[in-house]
Design a protein around this ligand. Structure first.
Ligand code: AHR
Length: 348
């Protein structure tokens, strides 16, 4: 349920900023809340003036990024960096190269440097309680962006801003159901999962399975991680093609893996999008290009442009204002035809 007042106005503003940024086509991503607001203590560093810290002192934000594994991640990093500069926030940025230990190190260093706020996109879901407790004990608020953690103690972070990955998986599954509703034979699906243990990999798998299980003809015959990268997507697809002669559909948890898989499919003398139907997630430019050429049949959008909303949240947290505990980005889907239409104005 949404809270009225300042936070409502903030959500409206950030929603407008995202729409202005041109994210998405079939549905413009915008701020949306699904849970009640949580009261956020202003961090010690900026709290002495009684809630006007954002206006009086330059805010320092420590951001621990996952890595640079995909086109999505590159767009997300750019959005965070540009939005921090535009908001006058001093950004300390680190790239964890897809390793949890690097992210933990970065967070500890931000704690030592006494930054005002820490934000991070957790590479995997588990194993964060200790470092999050250290941040809490130091009085530094933590914002989760893009991906969630599975900590039971939700007081360890102020809010989680990002997509609903289960819903993304469901949208992919729904396309499967619709496309193959009249199937009289088994439909063989191979799945390229994202990084093992990451929220998007866990949730996109779960959402997809939840929906397709209503049709027993839809069968996942192989499922393996491609680590969200093009190179690994290609390598694993090559192995799938060797092991299975009768693949009907590829479900890739992101565009980059789908694009790598397309190379493997073409090298095997098959036509992507025709001989093997392809569903993927993200809707970055390269993915949309492949979709517009009919090589990817359906893309579920995942919006990486979280920077403007993040900076607004950071300012509010520093000012001791209330923020929603969960802020979900709205996203759409693209068929090949829709991708062709959206491509010329695609931002990322
Ligand atoms: O967490 C979002 C996911 O991470 C994107 O879908 C994927 O491309 C990225 O690497």
């Amino acid at each position: 349920m949404k809270k009225a007042g300042k936070w409502g106005a903030l959500l409206a503003l950030t929603g407008m900023m995202l729409v202005a940024a041109g994210c998405g086509n079939s549905a413009s991503p915008a701020a949306n809340s699904s849970q009640p607001a949580a009261s956020t203590p202003a961090p010690a560093a900026n709290n002495s003036s009684g809630g006007s810290g954002a206006a009086e002192k330059k805010i320092t934000l420590g951001f621990a990024q996952v890595g640079a594994e995909s086109g999505w991640r590159t767009a997300n990093t750019k959005s965070v960096q540009e939005s921090a500069a535009a908001a006058g926030i001093d950004l300390k940025f680190s790239d964890a190269q897809q390793k949890q230990e690097n992210q933990i190190k970065a967070i500890r260093s931000y704690i030592q440097q006494k930054v005002d706020v820490i934000a991070f996109s957790p590479v995997v879901e588990s194993g964060w309680d200790t470092v999050l407790k250290e941040a809490k004990d130091a009085g530094i608020p933590v914002i989760l962006t893009d991906r969630a953690v599975d900590s039971k103690d939700t007081s360890l972070y102020v809010t989680f801003l990002g997509s609903d990955f289960v819903e993304e998986g469901r949208k992919a599954g729904q396309w499967m159901l619709d496309q193959f509703k009249d199937a009289t034979e088994d439909v063989n699906i191979v799945e390229l999962q994202g990084t093992t243990g990451s929220a998007p990999a866990n949730d996109r798998k779960a959402g997809f399975q939840e929906v397709i299980q209503s049709n027993p003809k839809l069968k996942i015959i192989a499922s393996q991680t491609g680590d969200f990268t093009r190179a690994k997507g290609k390598e694993v697809m090559q192995a799938f093609l060797k092991a299975h002669k009768d693949i009907d559909v590829l479900y890739a948890h992101n565009d980059d893996m789908a694009l790598g898989a397309i190379q493997a499919i073409e090298a095997a003398g098959l036509k992507p999008g025709v001989d093997i139907k392809i569903i993927s997630v993200d809707a970055v430019k390269d993915g949309m290009q492949a979709a517009s050429e009919g090589k990817i049949n359906f893309i579920v959008e995942c919006n990486p442009l979280l920077g403007p909303q993040l900076m607004e949240i950071v300012k509010n947290v520093v000012d001791g204002k209330q923020v929603e505990k969960r802020i979900v980005t709205k996203e759409g889907t693209f068929t090949s035809e829709q991708a062709k239409e959206a491509l010329p104005t695609r931002q990322y």
